[in-house]
Write a protein that binds this ligand. Structure first.
Ligand code: PEP
Length: 247
């Protein structure tokens, strides 16, 4: 059986619902016939209602979720709310949230547990900063981020889990990690996962960090890379579509 590829667009705070709708209309007019790659769009919350309109051709994800189901939490969004919009995936622990919004390995682990226990699939983001890389701490950081993220899950069911390896220094810089570096770190991530009990969950590894139409085909051919998490290059229909066609 061919293992599917997954191409995720992380739109962050770009695109209001009119712009999101326009992008989704344009991309769904293109040939998205099954090429064993699942296209996933993660717009901002104001476009949640568009999920129902386009979800026969695309999958959707949210960029975050609350780990509490407490209705008295101003500004948060719950697992139930996302599920009711046919949201299939949730990004958890993106480095921008870790850096700027106090996301910690602990809050990531609570969100991983909530999403695992729901119908949705988590996209766990991990990755070292430039300082950590220069201090040769990458292995230690990835080990800690993964083990902590999985630590609260009671692996009762087998489901998909996505892990996006995103070196922080490669995000939005135009400077993707090199071939050997991605290969080595994907191998390490695989090894860390293999030593955790996951009840044979189907774990997909994505690479993220300055993926574009020029480097996509080289990166997708690296061992253990099942797809991409893409920021900037996912904002234009043509570049995102060109990447999708290479998977
Ligand atoms: C990201 O934000 O997750 C990302 C990978 O961004 P970019 O593709 O712009 O580096």
């Amino acid at each position: 059986m061919i293992r599917k590829k997954i191409c995720v667009a992380n739109w962050k705070m770009n695109k209001n619902f009119v712009e999101s709708n326009d992008f989704l209309k344009k991309i769904t007019q293109k040939d998205l016939s099954p090429n064993s790659c699942e296209l996933v769009i993660c717009p901002s919350y104001d476009s949640l209602f568009l999920f129902d309109r386009f979800n026969s051709q695309l999958s959707f994800g949210a960029q975050d979720v609350s780990y509490l189901n407490n209705p008295s939490l101003t500004g948060e969004i719950s697992v139930d709310m996302l599920t009711s919009h046919n949201c299939k995936y949730v990004i958890i622990g993106h480095s921008e949230r870790r850096e700027l919004l106090n996301e910690t390995n602990e809050s990531v682990s609570l969100k991983m547990k909530e999403v695992y226990n729901s119908e949705m699939i988590p996209i766990l983001c991990i990755g070292e900063t430039l300082d950590e890389k220069l201090a040769k701490l990458t292995d230690e950081i990835l080990d800690k981020q993964i083990k902590k993220a999985f630590s609260k899950i009671d692996f009762k069911s087998q489901k998909d889990i996505l892990i996006a390896y995103e070196p922080v220094w490669a995000i939005g810089t135009g400077q993707a990690a090199g071939y050997n570096e991605i290969k080595q770190n994907m191998k390490l991530i695989k090894k860390i996962i293999n030593n955790i009990y996951t009840n044979n969950c189907n774990i997909y590894l994505l690479y993220g960090g300055s993926v574009n139409e020029n480097n996509a085909s080289q990166i997708i051919n690296i061992d253990n890379v099942d797809g991409f998490l893409i920021g900037s290059a996912s904002l234009k229909v043509d570049s995102f579509y060109k990447i999708f066609k290479q998977l």
